[in-house]
Design a protein around this ligand. Structure first.
Ligand code: MN
Length: 340
């Protein structure tokens, strides 16, 4: 089974793309062939992509192709992500396939994607997971000119019916939707949902578990029927928070990102997890003494045993600045220095 997967990234997001791709590869079945298409603006060079290519080459079943999309589109709206325009062009760019999966670079995958890819699309343009946004703003459909939000999907994970979209020139419809005078809140997501309305198939929530979904369900709210499966066996986790998991770690879900990140060694991850569990889960009640902690960490190197001992002493770390603390740890594990 060959599964084409489309990703879009600029130079800043490549760290996410790399982990997304690695998570797919390490969880794939033996006979699944992934063909990645990485769409970037022209500012992304071959050397920026060297690490990602090296990762893909470790899996002889899979391959990756860099698609230079030219200039970064100019932003006419504040909430308009430049990558979105590239997303609209996918049906016209990926002409070798009738169907593909599109994934954001802030998702990670925990299982093989053959089942998801085999979802029958019939005449629908796309399949996606219903957005939890629905609960947050009741008038959203009215604002974007839709009768309801029953099929309003999160566009970070999409199964795309490329053939039908090409036949009906959906790319052009996306592009004209942007400028139809509507005041979109989530520009690309709104345009895609608007144009595809009535031609959208819903997927089980486990295929796009966003931070919002995760938080709601772990608090015992939301769809209860699927809750256990979504919380314990999500197929795709989507880190929708502004603070991405490669910038800070604040919960268990963020920790999984680091488990599948190609940057870590298994050992450093284990240590990381151990510290996380000690620090976050048990020690939240301790008061803040952040400065001292920072000073200590500055001279530490997590990879050696001495530091491991030192870290036991850090358990009295602050509740404030928890994210910073974990971020520091993350940097130390990777021997990264902050660029000044
Ligand atoms: Mn996303």
């Amino acid at each position: 089974m060959t599964i084409p997967i489309v990703l879009i990234s600029d130079e800043k997001f490549l760290i996410g793309t790399h982990t997304t791709i690695n998570s797919i590869l390490i969880n794939s079945f033996e006979n699944t062939k992934y063909v990645f298409y990485l769409l970037t603006p022209e500012t992304v060079t071959q050397s920026d992509l060297a690490n990602i290519f090296t990762t893909v080459q470790k899996f002889p079943n899979s391959s990756i192709e860099h698609v230079n999309m030219g200039l970064k589109p100019t932003l006419t709206k504040k909430n308009w992500k430049s990558a979105a325009r590239f997303k609209f062009r996918i049906p016209d760019v990926i002409t070798d396939h009738d169907k593909c999966l599109y994934l954001d670079s802030d998702v990670c995958v925990t299982a093989d994607l053959t089942d998801l890819f085999n979802t029958e699309l019939a005449q629908n343009y796309i399949a996606g997971v219903r957005s939890f946004l629905i609960g947050k703003s009741q008038n959203h459909h009215y604002n974007i000119g839709l009768p309801n939000l029953m099929q309003y999907v999160n566009t970070g994970v999409l199964l795309m019916n490329l053939k039908t979209m090409r036949d009906e020139d959906v790319s052009s419809k996306f592009l004209s939707a942007i400028d139809d005078g509507t005041d979109y809140k989530y520009v690309d997501q709104d345009c895609i949902n608007k144009v595809c309305y009535n031609r959208i198939q819903l997927l089980p929530t486990k295929f796009n578990v966003t931070c919002v979904t995760y938080d709601l369900l772990s608090e015992g709210r939301g769809y209860t029927q699927e809750a256990d499966e979504i919380l314990n066996n999500p197929v795709i986790i989507h880190y929708t928070r502004k603070l991405k998991p490669w910038k800070a770690i604040s919960n268990k879900q963020d920790l999984y990102w680091h488990k599948v990140s190609p940057i870590h060694s298994a050992q450093s991850y284990q240590l990381f997890e151990q510290i996380f569990n000690n620090v976050i889960v048990d020690k939240l009640k301790y008061r803040s003494r952040n400065k001292k902690l920072k000073k200590k960490l500055k001279y530490a190197n997590l990879k050696n045993q001495k530091l491991k001992e030192k870290l036991t002493a850090y358990e009295k770390h602050p509740q404030n600045g928890l994210k910073r603390f974990l971020y520091k740890l993350y940097r130390l594990i990777n021997n990264r220095r902050k660029k000044q």
